[in-house]
Design a binder for this molecule. Structure first.
Ligand code: GLY
Ligand code: MN
Ligand code: MN
Length: 435
């Protein structure tokens, strides 16, 4: 991404901070087992402000500080460690390449940061994100307090930087939408490849391999979240990630998987017949979920409430479930009693951005958020039918979800993930082409 974007973001945050100091650490490396570590991923807020992707780093923002407003603590260069683990940016390049006004070794944090806190009235932190680090900040403040007789004063106010930062992150700028478009396009290709590779008897992890090899080959370093590759009854488990069962002829496959690019997520779900042909019960439910999804997408435009598209999806689903005899009450009764949650128990989406369930409040001063251009969200209705005695067996254990990534535009919306079909005839055609 353009370097200027990060400068503009830091400036934007500092304008909203007023006075004070913001301290933003990145993630720690996470131990996996033995000598192995999980693949490192920077903290999203830290990356948003710095574009700096190494562990053991802390960014400090101090608006109007004469010596410089942006201070970065990072690892020193270390030829021995770099021989084993790869290149490090180092303090010098943190200034040259990452536009820090000042940079220090992370080993100097304890010595330098308390001085930066002196005589500041307000400290902004990511409260609760890194509890050990929160404790360090409290200790540094206490240490300054203990020196009050020498004339220094300690900050008297702490505030959560998330309130400022996450409002900014909620509205995606064109550079960000460009990256999200790219991630969604790659994920759409991966879902198409999975549909075309599909054969009864394939194992769920073989589908996962098709999906994730497409991500890797397309330049995505990792999925944005654990891929859900759920055949047959497994599709009724909302966050099924074992992905270790052999698929059966006649079952559906639900894949919920999205590539991450430049720290931006995509999040797509498609459901398709493993043998390339929906049976009548599967098709009836699939068409209902699709109708609900299309009705929901219609509601994604400026001026609509965050809840409108969920309500639209529920309205269509309940009407259809009554018609199909799965709900035995009237539509109005079911909406009131919420009996439909037996088949549809999650919301129709979430904000999407650097985090797959992205930041940003859904309510503002007790009112549901009004959609604005630049907000990105998923639209993902589904139906999950239990194998209960009062339900006709033909519906049993069918699980369907259709999920797209949508950005609110000036006069409507853009579906970023339209590169993979969701119309049932088109899916069947695509699968037949490959057979
Ligand atoms: N993949 C998680 C979700 O759809 O929210
Ligand atoms: Mn989602
Ligand atoms: Mn998903």
């Amino acid at each position: 991404m353009n370097k200027d974007l990060f400068i503009r973001r830091r400036r934007g945050v500092m304008q909203l901070m007023g006075d004070g100091i913001a301290i933003i650490p990145t993630n720690n490396e996470q131990h996996r087992n033995g000598d192995a570590y999980f693949r490192f991923r920077p903290d999203s807020d830290f990356h948003y402000l710095t574009n700096f992707n190494e562990p053991e780093a802390v960014a400090v923002l101090i608006p109007n500080r004469e010596e410089g407003e942006y201070i970065l603590f990072c690892r020193d260069r270390d030829p021995l460690r770099e021989q084993w683990d790869g290149k490090r940016v180092g303090v010098e390049n943190a200034v040259k390449e990452y536009d820090a006004d000042e940079a220090y070794s992370i080993d100097q944090l304890e010595e330098v940061l308390p001085k930066l806190l002196e005589n500041k009235s307000k400290v902004f932190t990511l409260t609760g994100r890194h509890p050990d680090f929160d404790m360090s900040i409290i200790e540094w403040i206490n240490e300054i307090k203990s020196r009050a007789r020498s004339g220094v004063h300690a900050p008297t106010e702490t505030a959560d930087l998330a309130y400022i930062l996450h409002e900014l992150r909620l509205i995606k700028l064109s550079d960000e939408i460009k990256v999200m478009r790219k991630a969604a396009k790659l994920s759409a290709l991966a879902h198409k490849n999975a549909m075309q590779a599909s054969k009864p008897g394939m194992w769920e992890y073989e589908f996962q391999a098709v999906i994730e090899s497409t991500f890797l080959a397309g330049g995505s370093p990792a999925p944005a979240y654990n891929s859900i590759v759920a055949s047959g009854a497994n599709a009724c488990i909302l966050h099924y990630i074992e992905n270790n069962q052999q698929t059966n002829d006649g079952d559906l496959m639900l894949i919920d998987a999205g590539a991450e690019m430049d720290c931006y997520a995509s999040d797509i779900t498609r459901t398709f017949p493993i043998n390339g042909k929906f049976n009548p019960a599967q098709r009836a439910l699939y068409e209902l979920v699709l109708k609900a999804q299309l009705a929901a997408i219609e509601q994604v435009k400026p001026g609509k409430l965050w809840t409108d598209y969920h309500d639209a999806a529920v309205d269509v689903l309940v009407e259809g479930l009554v018609e199909l005899g799965l709900i035995k009450e009237t539509k109005e009764e079911s909406l009131k009693s919420k009996s439909y949650t037996r088949f549809y128990m999650h919301r129709t989406g979430h904000w999407l951005g650097m985090d797959v369930h992205d930041v940003g409040d859904y309510k503002v001063e007790d009112e549901w958020r009004v959609l604005e251009p630049g907000m990105a969200l998923t639209v993902e209705p589904g139906l999950y039918i239990p194998a209960d005695d009062d339900i006709e067996p033909r519906w049993h254990l069918i699980g369907i979800r259709i999920e797209d990534d949508v950005v609110v535009t000036k006069d409507g919306n853009e579906v970023l993930s339209s590169g993979v079909p969701k119309d049932p005839d088109e899916i069947e055609r695509l699968m037949q082409e490959a057979a």
